[in-house]
Design a protein around this ligand. Structure first.
Ligand code: OOG
Ligand code: MG
Length: 263
């Protein structure tokens, strides 16, 4: 019999970081720790990020999760969430995704903002949010839940920094001025064959609504989105598993394309 874990915020952060480092998925923490409510889960997430920073990483941005119906239905959770992006998750364009570093990675197309101004809630609207954006980019996020079969409750996935693993931001920078991001179209492809499509409206009706939501949500925890940070607005479609040798692409109508190859 294994000894029961004595759960607290620090232990939960350590358990999730160890699962990531050892590439070993586990059962939901809420099965063992009833005290992991949403507020506590965000404190675990913060502790986990603090430990990454102590290990030499830096915060580079924010991500939203579960902002589209496709993602909410797949994960069985209908509430969006926020998580923190560090440079440890950033993957340069044209650098292959190394599968031997991950557990069971899935890839999803996202619309990405790079911020020109600090954005702090409460009361942020989509218009104010878009006004703080420097540029809009195509993006791909690799998620890799530390939970078996991506099975988790909202507090579990929040604590796990929203399954963050890797992300790629497209090199083409488009001004938000002359774009209708609700109509921005995206085709997700595997080895050149389109497997799913969506428009920007998939995330909260408009990616700027998602951005405003992130700022307002972060404000409840005393946090803001800083100038220069990247913001991933959430998977537009369901995520697809990626296998060795596969190339996944996100091709947008105005934002250009991003491709990721797995080795
Ligand atoms: C949680 C992360 C969700 C998104 O874009 O919706 C996310 C998960 O699906 O494992 O990154
Ligand atoms: Mg995502």
């Amino acid at each position: 019999m294994t000894e029961a874990t004595n759960w607290d915020i620090d232990t939960a952060a350590d358990v999730l970081l160890a699962a990531e480092a050892r590439r070993q998925d586990r059962g939901p923490i809420t099965d063992e720790w009833a005290g992991l409510d949403l507020g506590t889960a965000y404190r675990v997430q913060r502790r986990l990020v603090e430990k990454k920073i102590a290990a030499g990483e830096s915060i580079v941005g924010v991500k939203l999760g579960l902002t589209s119906r496709a993602k909410q239905e797949r994960m069985g959770i209908d509430s969006p969430l926020t998580a923190v992006l560090t440079d440890g998750y950033a993957l340069e364009a044209d650098v292959p995704l190394q599968l031997d570093q991950l557990i069971h990675p899935r890839v999803e197309p996202e619309i990405v903002f790079v911020m020109r101004k600090r954005l702090e809630g409460p009361g942020v609207t989509a218009a104010t949010a878009l006004n703080a954006v420097e540029s809009v980019h195509a993006g791909l996020e690799v998620i890799d839940s530390r939970y078996i079969d991506f099975k988790f409750t909202l507090p579990d996935v929040v604590a796990d920094n929203a399954s963050s693993a890797r992300f790629v931001v497209g090199g083409k920078a488009v001004s938000p001025k002359n774009l209708d991001l609700a109509l921005e179209a995206c085709a997700l492809s595997v080895n050149g064959a389109v497997v799913d499509t969506a428009t920007g409206a998939a995330v909260q009706g408009h990616p700027a609504e998602a951005l405003a939501m992130a700022a307002n949500d972060l404000a409840r925890r005393g946090e803001a989105i800083e100038a220069g940070q990247v913001v991933l607005t959430g998977g537009l479609t369901d995520a697809v598993f990626i296998h060795a040798g596969e190339q996944i692409g996100a091709e947008f109508s105005n934002l250009g394309s991003v491709f990721l190859t797995a080795t």
